[in-house]
Ligand binder design. Sequence first.
Ligand SMILES: *[C@@H]1O[C@H](CO)[C@@H](O)[C@H](O)[C@H]1NC(C)=O
Length: 379
Amino acid sequence: MLSTWKRWRYASIDGGAFASKALTILKRTVTLCTAHAPSFILSYMSGFISVILTFSLCAILYNYDLCVKPAVPPETFNNAVNHKSSNYMTTQMKTTAAPTVTKQISLHYHVAYPLNYHFILDEPDKCNQWDPFLVLMVPVAPHQLEARNTIRSTWGAESSVQGKAVLTLFFVGLTGGSKAQQQLEEESRQHRDLVQSNFVDSYFNLTIKTMVIMDWLATRCPQASYAMKADSDIYLNLENLMNLLLAPNTPRENYMTGHLMIKQLVVRDKTSKWYVSEELYPKREYPTYVQGAGYVFSNDLPEKIVEISKEVMAFNIEDAYVGACLKRLGFAPSSPPDPSQFRLSMQQYKQKDFLSVISVIVGSPNQILRVWKDVKRPT
Ligand SMILES: *[C@@H]1O[C@H](CO)[C@@H](O)[C@H](O)[C@H]1NC(C)=O
């Protein structure tokens, strides 16, 4: 793929060659005319020639302008790594180009910009019917049917908590094949809780999935008060979450909370699954963000995050990317009143701990089921 920078250069060289050819032809015409024509024709001709010159100059300038406009940002994260110069080009364009041009190339970083994708499976009326106070958004791989069923039979089954409607939806990308797609469509008809978008579903692409989740909330569910991004390997205590959300001190806007990640270093070890290249994220550490397994936010944020994401170059660590978007919006996530309510592991399992947490990373569907039954058992 030719980078925008190269394309632009080739175009301007072509323009130059065209101009010098045109000049040579004009010169020859002028010489021929001066040799054979009377003076009144000459003055007429020179007027005509200057008109032609002006027109060709305009054509060249117009062409040049067109070549500059389509500054196409990298198609994927991978391309962004391979075509370092095209990224820098995009940044440069933003700061140096004339205002009219800037408007036409507003999608500077479109990799994770959710409107570049579309929904294959959708539940566009779900929020109108349900009018949820809280929406649980669960990113999951298409093949993880067992994980979805476990959630459907545990915390995803709680449709009303303390009198407030709660909605749980699963988010998937593309399946590997048509058989898997058919099964997914069947599952969607049965449960009406799947949303599928047309990006390649992979660990690397979780940032895209998160941004699609934000887009769905912004466009299909603006009436909800709060949303939570909840991974499929967590145990969720909705009573405790609802207590937090209904507490008088909990903000209703610009609010995000969970397990805070502060001054996290960017992983530069290429063998790590959290590796991020310096091209994608040049700074040494991430801004404060909330760990991705389970974070809660006021539902005014999705629209703001989608909008600002055009200006924040995407990288493959979804939770840190949301942190970068928040920072760009001018605020940081808040620490929960009791930080021990958002846990990254269950360590020594004790039933009483699970009665006081909001979310814990538990692991397999079986473990979620085990914890669920144990917590629900009368004490
Ligand atoms: C991420 O998704 C994009 C869009 O579908 C795709 O082109 C790209 O190959 C995916 N990358 C990975 C590593 O899965």
